[in-house]
Design a protein around this ligand. Structure first.
Ligand code: ZN
Length: 171
């Protein structure tokens, strides 16, 4: 398992739509293992493949926050099939937008359908942090970032900050 470098805002890859996984190959298995490793190394509770520059619909999440018992889930082609009317606000962050946080309102509970690494179609109902995390990561697969859910003013400010930082690093 390898920790892979993270794709950081304003990298244009983050705006691309990822492709479905059609077959569980060794390449996909390695990708998932590397994503889990990269997620724990960061550390973060969730990661989408695009965040390491792979445009596949693969998400890894461990929202248990228990460092002694790692329990990652790998989601292939995850989609939200139901979401609650009730909303919930969570102070979100993103490994591709380091050290920036913002309050995002999303449905409090969701049901997702996904394929696991054994090729089985699974449905999972989630609430709390896991529900927020699933919605955040599935957004990534569609080129959407959590800052898109903030006001335009806040979004423009963070974009400007990261664009400046990227220019500084390139110089
Ligand atoms: Zn993110």
């Amino acid at each position: 398992m390898t920790v892979r470098p993270l794709v950081i805002l304003p990298d244009a890859q983050l705006r691309l739509v990822s492709e479905p996984v059609t077959e569980i190959t060794n390449e996909i298995r390695t990708l998932a293992a590397d994503m889990v490793e990269t997620m724990y190394d960061a550390p973060g509770v969730g990661l989408a493949a695009v965040q390491i520059g792979v445009l596949k619909r693969v998400v890894t999440i461990d929202a248990s926050k228990d460092e002694t018992a790692r329990n990652p889930t790998v989601y292939l082609n995850p989609e939200i099939v139901w979401s609650s009317e009730e909303k919930r606000v969570y102070d979100e962050g993103c490994l591709s937008i380091p050290d920036y946080y913002g309050e995002v309102e999303r449905p409090d509970r969701v049901r997702v359908r996904y394929m696991n690494l054994d090729g089985q179609i699974v449905e999972q109902e989630a609430d709390g942090l896991l529900a927020t995390c699933l919605q955040h990561e599935i957004d990534h697969l569609n080129g959407v970032l959590f800052i898109d859910h903030l006001s335009k003013l806040k979004r423009d400010r963070v974009l400007k900050k990261f664009t400046k930082a990227a220019k500084r690093d390139a110089a």
